[in-house]
Design a protein around this ligand. Structure first.
Ligand code: RB5
Length: 143
C-alpha cells in the first residue's frame, strides 16, 4: 500500500480533515502537511511542500491536494517533471487518470464536491494502477 501525502489551503481544510479520518480507517499511512486551521493561506505554498516530499519517493507515494476548486492546487503542482497532478470531479476521471496518465497527485475542490463523492473519487484514485504500455510512451513525450 502506497504512503499518502495530503495538504490543503483554508478552502480545502474541512475536506482534508474528513479524508484523513476516512483513509486512516482503511489503514492507509497518511502524512498531513497542513494547513492546520482555517486561517487564510496561500495554496501554492502547500502544493510546493507536498511536491517536494513526494519527489523523495515517487515509486511508493501518492499525493492529495485540496483547495476550494482543486484548480489552483493542480496548476501549482504541475510544475515539475516528476509530477502529474490531476483534478478529478468524478470516479471515472480518477480511474482513467491513474490508468492512462499515471497521475501521482489527486486534486480536489472542497467547494465543488460533496464529501462522499470526494471520498469515492479518492478511493478510486488510490486503488487504481497505471496500465503502462502505450501510455508510458505518451507520458515520456511530456519532457
Ligand atoms: C481560496 O479562496 C481559493 O482561491 C483556493 O482555495 C482555490 O480554490 C484556488 O484555486
Amino acid at each position: 500500500m502506497k504512503k499518502i501525502l495530503i495538504a490543503s489551503d483554508h478552502g480545502g481544510f474541512h475536506l482534508k480533515q474528513f479524508l484523513i479520518t476516512e483513509l486512516k480507517k482503511e489503514n492507509y499511512t497518511i502524512e498531513d502537511l497542513g494547513t492546520d486551521n482555517l486561517d487564510s493561506c496561500d495554496y501554492p505554498d502547500y502544493a510546493k511542500k507536498l511536491v517536494l516530499e513526494l519527489k523523495k519517493d515517487t515509486q511508493n507515494t501518492l499525493g492529495i491536494l485540496v483547495c476550494g476548486t482543486g484548480i489552483g492546487m493542480s496548476m501549482a503542482a504541475n510544475r515539475d517533471a516528476d509530477i502529474f497532478a490531476a483534478i478529478c470531479t468524478n470516479e471515472f476521471m480518477a480511474s482513467l487518470t491513474r490508468k492512462h496518465n499515471n497521475a501521482n497527485i489527486l486534486c480536489l475542490g472542497e467547494r465543488v464536491l460533496g464529501t462522499e463523492l470526494a471520498l469515492n473519487i479518492t478511493k478510486t484514485f488510490l486503488n487504481t494502477e497505471f496500465e503502462a504500455g502505450r501510455h508510458s510512451k505518451r507520458l515520456a513525450l511530456f519532457s
